[in-house]
Design a protein around this ligand. Structure first.
Ligand SMILES: C[S@@+](CC[C@H](N)C(=O)[O-])C[C@H]1O[C@@H](n2cnc3c(N)ncnc32)[C@H](O)[C@@H]1O
Length: 348
């Protein structure tokens, strides 16, 4: 029997936006566009794999879930799986590979109980959350947008931190279905007392959203800016989603240097062919101020280690170790400085 997880999640998203529109009329524009957004992601003319991903989610078994912990580093859904459910669930989740952002665990304690499935993702996304979370203004009761949220790992952590509503956006068809697979097991464990879900996913890029919605108290953009050809447009679009006084959390690749330093890789950067602007922290602070943010501060700078981003059983392609110079880990294979990331926080 097929489950109705995606339909149910879509219904919850509609109702959430409808309720929001009653206080914030700009949400009506989102409601107008929502049918197209949700229809496009199912269209195999746009995404050849969409029907297969949908089928994988729809065939996930209904488990008895004992407890969900959205606050743990390994996002854990404590459920009972018999051997056939374990095999079926593992096989279906593997059809949604590569799993890049996580980790997640479905089932009992790994080690004590072999019924547990640990999705050991390429990224230790929990490490990024540990670097970012201590510096955030309160999320409790807030409306949050996570731009480029991948599988949704950080979005679930935002809900775990008490956010009233989290909307994750990302144009990836695969990551949308990974989120739905996790949603299937989380069920209503993130819901308000009313039963309404708090965590939602819209499969669109930031540019598709109405420009000046001003709907969110906190907007996250983590790991997206360097993929944008027009970084200033991205920063303006993020600003347009924030309420006045709202908080932007921007995490991106940076290089050492002064306010005039920006690296534009000529071709690939760490084998990625879609990397455009890597500013210094000082330059990035200047960019944020130029588009109108205030109280801009850099709260963390970290060099990405091959323990944080690596090949796993759930992501079997090449990973960071293959993208660094084999003789000098401070450089990428192309000779650029190795990936270093900064987190900046700013006010609208
Ligand atoms: C490097 S991953 C970062 C994922 C996650 N935010 C994190 O920090 O671990 C970049 C994500 O941004 C998404 N993305 C790329 N362009 C985007 C855009 N224009 N708007 C929103 N998301 C975008 C990609 O699909 C991808 O999932």
């Amino acid at each position: 029997m097929l489950n109705d997880t995606i339909t149910h999640a879509e219904r919850e998203l509609y109702l959430t936006l409808l309720e929001l529109a009653q206080q914030q009329p700009s949400a009506y524009e989102w409601l107008t566009r929502l049918p197209t957004w949700l229809n496009d992601i199912k269209d195999k003319a746009n995404y050849a794999h969409a029907p297969a991903y949908q089928a994988s989610v729809a065939r996930l078994p209904n488990l008895t879930v004992n407890h969900v912990d959205l606050n743990s580093d390994v996002l854990t859904i404590d459920a009972s799986l018999n051997q056939s459910q374990y095999k079926q669930t593992t096989a279906l989740l593997k059809q949604l590979m590569p799993w890049r952002k996580g980790p997640f665990q479905i089932g009992g304690q790994i080690g004590d109980d072999e019924s547990g499935i640990k999705i050991d993702t390429e990224w230790h996304s929990d490490w990024k959350w540990q670097r970012v979370a201590p510096h955030l203004g309160r999320l409790d009761g807030r409306r949050v947008l996570d731009v480029g949220g991948g599988s949704g790992y950080h979005g679930w952590r935002m809900a775990g931190a008490g956010a009233d509503t989290v909307i994750i956006i990302d144009p990836s068809c695969l990551f949308y279905h990974q989120f739905m697979a996790i949603r299937h097991f989380i069920g209503s464990a993130d819901a308000h007392e009313t039963g309404r879900y708090r965590t939602h996913y819209i499969p669109v890029p930031l540019e598709a959203l109405p420009e000046h919605s001003q709907l969110f108290d906190t907007v996250f953009s983590m790991g997206v800016l360097y993929h944008r050809q027009s970084p200033f447009e991205h920063l303006q679009q993020l600003r347009g989603q924030l309420v006045k006084g709202g908080e932007l959390v921007l995490e991106t690749l940076v290089v050492e240097g002064d306010a005039n330093t920006v690296l534009v890789p000529h071709d690939r950067y760490a084998q990625m062919n879609n990397v455009y602007f890597l500013p210094s922290v000082a330059a990035l602070i200047g960019w944020l101020e130029k588009v109108g943010f205030s109280d801009v501060r850099c709260v963390d700078v970290a060099v990405t280690s091959v323990k944080e981003q690596r090949q796993t059983e759930w992501m079997t392609y090449h990973s960071l170790a293959d993208f660094l110079d084999p003789n000098d880990a401070t450089k990428t294979i192309e000779g650029y400085p190795a990936p270093m990331r900064a987190t900046l926080i700013a006010k609208k």
